[in-house]
Design a protein. Structure first.
Length: 477
């Protein structure tokens, strides 16, 4: 049994802004089910939901500050969650990283450096809880200074650092190093310096024993200039300790057989029942109720990363085809406006809801025939896995986790029953349009379509799969 300290800035259902929270909520549970002794460390934000009693563990003096450690539990599990309680830094309303106007909190460097120092004290068992981890598993820039600080300790635990999205690096002015009182031996271009800035994420990339990211393809992509954001040289230099492990999905929460949020439950054996969800979705969005045309769904942030610009550029041609589109998301205001104007012009063809609505997300996954996900880059992605589980064929660009989880419908894969979706290569409107045409043609072949649905529904995207790969990684240390 390994003792694992899992250090994260968010974890579902305690607090969530994105995919990191899903991983931090699910992976520790899957590891606990493999009989590992795991504890989660997270800042005690004002917006953090606690479950059950919160008890006091201990107090620490760090940089002349008094910090308390409190303990709660992950719901429906015995996993202890240690909360870093320092109201001056963490008792802010709303989002953990930005204010209500979307601007980063001015003292983010101080906040997360303190969080990292607390993690080090726990990792070295200087909190006198008689628990010293074998492995400290850190995630993204907010906890990336932990491997750097631990590199200065004798008899330290092993460290693993996971990149969930390399686009977010925790970059601050070089002068911040003095404010944070960082040890001089960490401050060099080989250490935390990055083009005369201070880079938190380099703490994880330079000093951890193992680096992972959330899909095998993304692990390769981040070693190239297109996806490396200036860190590709460092990642190539350390590629002997870099690997990609696909995220899993929550199979209980996303299960068409028992999903309470959808109009009609169904299985791979009762696929005809899925049509009731399509009809309900068409009604909900005031689209003509018909099974004669494919219904395309999209849920996500309306930003360029997600390929929304490719959709907008090809929409005039797409809307001439016999199909329907429903879309749920929010993001760049100009994209929201353009999509709304198409919905206004083509009310029989496209419907848009701006915002996020969990129940509606489930209904779109269950009711759509095709799920659109033409991302420019996608470290792992979850919706393409949810879609396959719901017998909805993902239409994706061949990048990151999308390349690793969706098998393109070509003659060979259609023959050997491995095809689960439609995949295109170039990030251009023309390539997307061709893929949409392919999907529409395939939809006209009910036998092939149903076989692809069954192929997707029988794939194993469980966290157990991912957790056992992480456990192998911990043991190899």
């Amino acid at each position: 049994m390994k003792k694992i300290l899992f250090v994260t800035s968010e974890a579902h259902p305690l607090i969530k802004t994105g995919g990191l929270a899903d991983v931090s909520g699910s992976l520790p549970k899957a590891l606990a089910e493999l009989s590992q002794d795991i504890r989660i460390l997270i800042p005690y934000y004002q917006a953090l939901k606690t479950f059950g009693n919160v008890r006091y563990v201990c107090s620490l003096r760090i940089d002349n500050r008094s910090v308390n450690i409190l303990e709660t539990r992950m719901p429906e599990s015995h996993i202890p969650v240690w909360l870093v309680d320092y109201p001056t830094f963490f008792n802010y309303p709303g989002n953990p990283y930005v204010d209500e106007n979307g601007n980063a909190w001015e003292n983010n460097a101080e906040r997360f450096a303190l969080f990292c120092r607390v993690a080090v004290e726990i990792a070295m068992d200087r909190v006198h809880q008689d628990w010293k981890p074998d492995v400290v598993h850190c995630n993204d820039w907010q906890s990336a200074l932990v491997p750097a600080f631990l590199s200065l300790e004798d008899n330290r635990p092993k460290t693993v650092f996971t990149i969930h999205n390399l686009a977010y690096q925790g970059l601050f002015p070089a002068s911040t190093a003095a404010t944070l009182n960082l040890p001089g031996q960490l401050l060099s271009p080989e250490g935390l310096e990055f083009h005369s800035l201070l880079s938190f994420i380099k703490g994880g990339l330079v000093y951890s024993d193992r680096i992972t990211t959330v899909s095998p393809t993304y692990a390769t992509e981040i070693q190239t200039p297109e996806f490396g954001y200036g860190l590709e040289g460092l990642l190539r230099h350390r590629n002997h300790v870099l690997s990609g492990i696909l995220n899993g999905i929550d199979l209980e929460h996303w299960n068409p057989e028992s999903d309470p949020l959808i109009a009609q439950t169904y299985t791979a054996q009762t696929l005809a029942e899925k049509k009731a969800n399509k009809a309900e979705l068409q009604k909900r969005f005031s689209l003509p109720v018909t099974d004669g045309v494919p219904l395309f769904g999209l849920i996500g942030r309306l930003v360029e990363q997600k390929g929304i610009d490719l959709i907008l550029d090809s929409l005039p041609a797409i809307l001439e085809m016999p199909l329907q589109i429903v879309l749920l998301g929010s993001g760049e205001k100009s994209m929201e406006r353009k999509l709304m104007s198409y919905a206004h012009l083509y009310p029989e063809k496209i419907a848009v809801t701006v915002g996020y609505d969990e129940a509606l997300a489930h209904r779109i996954e269950a009711g759509s025939d095709v799920f659109l996900m033409p991302s420019r880059f996608e470290p792992c992605g979850l919706n393409q896995m949810y879609s396959q589980r719901y017998g909805t064929l993902p239409l994706v660009r061949r990048t990151g986790g999308l390349a690793d989880t969706v098998v393109d419908a070509v003659p060979q894969t259609l023959n050997d029953n491995s095809a689960t979706g439609i995949v295109f290569d170039e990030a251009t409107a023309g390539s997307l349009l061709e893929a949409v045409k392919r999907a529409a043609i395939l939809y006209g072949n009910p036998k092939a379509w149903e076989q692809m649905q069954i192929n997707g529904m029988s794939k194993d995207f469980s966290w157990q799969q991912s957790a056992s790969q992480y456990l192998d990684l911990y043991r190899s240390l």
